[in-house]
Design a protein around this ligand. Sequence first.
Ligand code: GDP
Ligand code: MG
Length: 596
Amino acid sequence: TDPSVIRNFCIVAHIDHGKSTLADRMLQNTNVVASRDMQNQFLDSMDIERERGITIKSQAVRMPWQVDGQDYILNMIDTPGHVDFAYEVSRSLAACEGAILLVDAAQGIEAQTLANLYMAMEHDLEIIPVLNKIDLPAADPERYALEISNLIGVDPDDVLKVSGKTGEGVEALLDRVVSVVPAPSGTVDAPARAMIFDSIYDTYRGVITYVRMVDGKLSPREGIRMMATGAEYELQETGVYSPDAIPGKGLGVGEVGYLITGVKDVSESKVGDTVTTKNHPAEEAIGGYSEPQPMVFSGLYPIDGSDYPALREALEKLQLNDAALSYEPETSVALGFGFRVGFLGLLHLEIVRERLEREYNLDLISTAPNVIYNVTTEDGTVVRVTNPSEFPEGKIMEVEEPMAMATIIVPSEFIGAVMELSQSKRGQLDGMDYLSEERVEIRYWIPLAEIVFDYFDLLKSRTKGYASLNWQRDGSQVADLVKVDILLQGDTVDAFSAITHRDHAYSYGVKMTSKLKELIPRQQFEVPIQAAIGSRIIARENIRAIRKDVLSKCYGGDISRKRKLLEKQKEGKKRMKMVGTVEVPQEAFIAALSTD
Ligand code: GDP
Ligand code: MG
């Protein structure tokens, strides 16, 4: 294909501002999907994406479009909107020359609108500002066109107004894409270079790699090389999606399509890597490649210990399709055999856990998530801690925690509430900018550990749901962090150890000891439950002793009933975990970890 008729663009927006719905309308308007075959969020192929209404993986689809009798090829890349998947958004943007910046006409600019806009600007994309949902009675396009015009310096009249729901304005938007998005530039006779912006695992075909061709050409049967890993494969098939896969004779400059090599593991086809040919390899890879970094770690354990092999197998399979997922085995006194799993964020954790439970039929318990700390001991050794149990014993010189820059957008009446919350979460004000008279952008430098857990929930409840939040990793700081252990009869229960700021250690200790007092049944002896920092006890409860004699409950001589009770007691014993000399039903651990 002649690159001059190609337009590669993506749609970026705050979550729920209507990207996927607009993409649906474009597929219909260009006759790529017939109206009768249309289902909502056509491109969100995973069940979990449809149910939650969010896009997890990127998708690309080719659409024909005619302007003034000239045929064009539009490649639309739908991107994931959530901050956990920001790296994938960034790679999708790198595959485009233009971006539709979509803003809900009843909401205005939100935190991820800004984050996505800045990312698109970093990639030098031509930006097409668009207000969506103009069919809504609450829509106020004039007001928000002004907000956008203040932000990016366009004339408010140049902000297109569309409705992904009714289709109004969508054809004009496609025309605009053709007229303002630059055609791809690349060298036709240079060695081939294609950037991987996504790779998915398909049960039948193995890994399907989505690429944007930059230079040269890739053809089926050709030997290819992944430049970051050096791995070489034979290309079995190339093609484009429109919307189903259409195999072709190869991909040339500016084209967006897929490659199939028969590999079985997405980590061999890394997002951001450059594909070249074996015989005429390019010298330089396309820039911007980096490995996804896990930010949050949590222990995942099967509730039924005999499911451990099934969990391992499920994680292996899931990893085939999720290169950002990392795990290693760990054991816990309280929970038995499980895995320490690294995630991009809490949404990623939730999705992985949900997929494991749903697609692999596992019942799981996850331990309280934590971030990565660097702990320096007295002799100067630095230990990377992803699990409280790795926290070094003895004297600690310093603990370094990861930080994030949070961007919050709220109506100005909530500035006080946002500041109060952020300060209580150890945040430092970085700056504040007004988007309009009544809406403001506030930036806080804040510990990642504080922001990934309940910050957003608290923020929403304290701003009546009006706040939006985005954050990105930003440096680290030394802080007064300690490990709090929970002890039963003097023995540490590993699953409950936590790393917290010293100011919050006491309240954590009190919360956990009183929770466990409720949950652990009385034993034949008194059991102290303590919270401790090192050897210093900071909170304490007692479970009083009881003589537990089940049989005394059976008056008279019903033997079979007695036997049944004995059986039951034995059955119950199997699910007991021993912590030192204390017998604890596993349910107690699970309840203590899951309720809050
Ligand atoms: P995404 O998260 O940006 O992909 O947003 P979706 O496309 O999933 O849309 C979020 C919600 O807004 C869904 O409930 C859509 O039905 C609704 N929606 C999207 N576009 C429009 C529109 O133009 N008008 C109205 N009234 N609702 C819309
Ligand atoms: Mg979506």
